[in-house]
Design a protein around this ligand. Structure first.
Ligand code: ADP
Length: 480
């Protein structure tokens, strides 16, 4: 420009320098832009403002040109820098999102859940340049390995920093935002980050490097997102293992049912033979045959119960629900249990004047009630009557069998309906195996009814069978 200095206007010079400053800022960033601004300021003054080849200015208005040039150049360099920084941040964010999306797809699509954990540790190591990265699953000491600090981080849910000098620092953290507590720290060698899913800790992410404080804000943010992915992957591993366990349990259950069904079926034939032989022996006067017969009967009852329970569980017991008069059921029950009660009174109270009718299976309901009355007889002191109260309750008919026995201890009320459960203190000679109430409840439920137990005021217990009630209007007249 020196060659045309005489023909150049100050505006031309200023614009050319401004172009150079802008080009420099775009190419080399803010420092080059500012360096060029400074140099251009001096060169402008030295060569193109009078007096030439000196730093002074003869026309005071030229200061205006020079200062305006300086301000425009600095602002332009600064704005360009800000834009570049913003663009860089956006690029980084996009790259992070990309990596997270890839990782998400990988963690969801890997065949085995634990491979997802490997994918995440690899991404953390590679993208953040961290030397060691491990994921500890679970929160127990054993699962967390030998390091007690890992177990502590898992149990307390706090982020732990282990410094180079061996001291330890602690910071809080939530699922959304992890304050790694690295700001203002130096020489952090290891970080233990609890992995949370819906507010409970499922494992710990362990990072190790010479100095983890070098992670900048963007990398820490990325780490927060990755920690959440790791938590989800750990949870997935846990859920998969749980599903596998449940499948094994289901399979074992199926096997058990099949085994019970087959064994109980096969036991019945020899039992029939034993009974027949014992019967012959008794006829020939051998008194031991009575015991054999009684024991064979007991075993037979157990086998029948086992077979029934396994059929009920498999849904293989036919249920014939019909409109039935409650009187029929109660009448048959009284007849059926009179022998077993050995003189004990069964007091029946039918509430209401109307004829009670229900929709249930007579045979199954009878079996449930016989079982309840026999239990009441078994567990009550001799001579005390058993009460049976029958009443209509909305859409059900309730059959309440009450006794003055020992009752059921608090906390056992539901357990007595489990198979093979016998309440502690049950006399061993009652001959039961703990299947009666289980079968009774299943039979009640198979007819859309229920069976419950309550403590009876004044001592003892009340077992209530509820069956669907029917209204007499429901009964269609017989075609004549
Ligand atoms: P079991 O063949 O042992 O009688 P059940 O299934 O009929 O089996 O009953 C399970 C347990 O519930 C019994 O062992 C007993 O402890 C308790 N139980 C059942 N009925 C009564 C009752 N009327 N009074 C007290 N305890 C009872």
């Amino acid at each position: 420009m020196l060659a045309f200095r005489s023909r150049l206007d100050k505006a031309h010079t200023a614009l050319v320098y401004l172009l150079i400053v802008l080009a420099g800022s775009v190419w080399g960033g803010r420092s080059l832009g500012l360096a060029l601004t400074g140099s251009a300021f001096l060169l402008f003054n030295w060569y193109f403002l009078e007096p030439y080849n000196a730093l002074g200015i003869s026309n005071p208005l030229d200061w205006l040109v020079l200062v305006a040039f300086l301000i425009v150049s600095v602002v332009a360099a600064q704005l360009l820098h800000r834009e570049r920084a913003r663009a860089e941040e956006t690029r980084q964010r996009a790259a992070e999102v990309d990596r997270l999306a890839t990782l998400g797809a990988e963690t969801l699509s890997v065949g085995r859940a634990d491979q997802a954990l490997n994918a995440i540790t690899t991404v953390i190591r590679e993208t953040l340049g961290i030397k060691e990265c491990r994921i500890h699953q679970g929160t127990g000491g054993a699962a967390a390995g030998e390091d007690p600090l890992v177990a502590w981080a898992a149990q307390s849910g706090q982020i732990v920093r282990r410094r180079a000098d061996g001291t330890v620092g602690v910071a809080g953290g939530t699922e959304q935002h992890l304050d790694l507590g690295l700001a203002g720290e130096g020489g952090v060698r290891a970080l233990l980050i609890p992995l949370r899913v819906r507010d409970h800790v499922v494992g710990v992410l362990e990072l190790g490097d010479e100095d983890l404080t070098r992670l900048d804000a963007g990398q820490r943010r990325f780490l927060t997102a990755l920690a959440y992915y790791a938590a989800l992957a750990v949870e997935r591993v846990r859920l998969t293992a749980e599903a596998d366990r449940a499948e094994v349990l289901r399979e074992t259950d199926r096997l058990k049912d099949a085994l019970i069904a087959s064994v109980s079926h096969d036991l019945r034939t020899p039992l029939t033979t034993i009974k027949a032989l014992a019967h012959d022996l008794r006829a020939s006067g051998d008194h031991r045959a009575v015991t054999i017969e009684e024991e064979a009967d007991r075993l037979n009852r157990l086998v029948v119960d086992l077979l029934d329970l396994s059929r009920l569980e498999a849904g293989g017991v036919p249920v014939h629900v019909e409109l039935t008069a409650v009187d029929d059921l109660v009448g048959t029950l009284v007849q059926r249990v009179s022998g077993a009660l050995a003189g004990r009174e069964l007091r029946v109270t039918m509430e209401g004047d109307a004829l009670l009718v229900g929709r249930f299976d007579l045979v199954h309901s009878l079996r449930v009630l016989v079982n309840l009355v026999e239990n009441a007889h078994k567990y009550s002191p001799a001579g005390v009557p058993i009460d049976l109260r029958v009443a209509r309750e909305d859409h059900t008919i309730a059959f309440a069998v009450s006794d003055r026995g020992p009752g059921i201890a608090a906390g056992q009320a539901e357990r007595i309906f489990e198979p093979f459960y016998r309440a502690p203190g049950s006399p061993p000679d009652t001959g039961g195996a703990g299947l009666g109430l289980t079968i009774a409840r299943r039979l009640a439920e198979a007819q859309q009814g229920s069976l419950t137990q309550e403590t009876r005021p004044g001592g003892g217990s009340t077992f209530t069978l509820r069956l669907p009630a029917a209204d007499l209007d429901d009964i269609e007249p017989e075609p004549s």
